[in-house]
Design a protein around this ligand. Sequence first.
Ligand code: ADP
Ligand code: TRP
Length: 322
Amino acid sequence: MTKRILTGIQPSGTLHLGNYFGAIRPLVEMQTRGQVFAILVDLHALTTVHDATTLRANTTNAAVDFLACGLDPERSIFFRQSDVPEHAELLWILSCVTPTGLLERSHAYKDKVARGLSASAGLFIYPVLMAADILLYDADVVPVGKDQKQHLEIARDTVIKMNEAFGEVLKLPEPEISEDVAVIPGLDGQKMSKSYGNTIDLFGDEKPIRKQVMRIVTDSTPLEEPKDPDASTIVDLYRLFASPAEAEEMKAAFRAGGTGYGHFKQRLFDALWDHFAPMRAQRQEILRNPAYVDEVLRAGAARAREVAGATMARVREAVGLR
Ligand code: ADP
Ligand code: TRP
């Protein structure tokens, strides 16, 4: 049987190069390995976004961007979490077997409390909603970054609890922790992240993106002096877009001296801008027809509900609802 590969996408605003190489491209590639379920997790986003216009816009924008990058809605099941009410229903049933101690140990929750912020009940049960996302579709594989490993363990523990209490009703998902996905550096050389304000946007106008590239932090080696290509964010990012020969050429020019950082940044920008040209064009095409995105998500939700509905029938039967 075809493997079911499932992932959740937080619709959290403007995407950057780290998101593209760390999450979007791997997801697009996975479409050749099995049946992909890609969920825009707007119910999860509600734990942090409390503005209707923002949440709706973020969700639509994320859908547009993922489609532009090659998520194929014919091949994959791409939908909004809130369009499938079974997520919230299964969340409740699971939360009746999930020990609170397990959730108290969750990093996301603990970090927030440690920073002195008051956590909502929604944030507390966030991992249980994530478990519902996975378990509704009998997912075989859940590819996630290291930061989500604990959430997956909670999902697995929840399956064990459910099956102990009610018989073999849910399928145990296998995590696939992507240790080998490179961390993309940001403008300051740290991990590129929204929260560090060091990002280069994936989509946007030429001028602001060029400006971001020009802000990459460098040392003060004068133009004529040799420069170290092995400690340069410019080279690290250029490698993502250039052929191995082109990358070697840039490294040689670093070592030779006589070329300023501004010039290398310009080369990086040109390579990046060309690389994403087809996706930018695709995005413009999608934006010309706003109804298209809604249609895609509605059709995706209809396919998702067939699977989620069958799981819920099984779960309701097993726990004694109706
Ligand atoms: P941010 O750190 O900007 O808030 P998110 O945590 O929303 O980004 O990440 C969304 C996805 O993008 C995750 O799968 C994450 O692993 C991936 N990702 C984010 N930043 C990077 C990066 N610098 N390098 C590789 N992958 C990244
Ligand atoms: N918690 C995940 C994140 O922050 C998003 C997510 C929600 C998810 N539901 C999921 C990931 C199900 C994988 C499977 O990135």
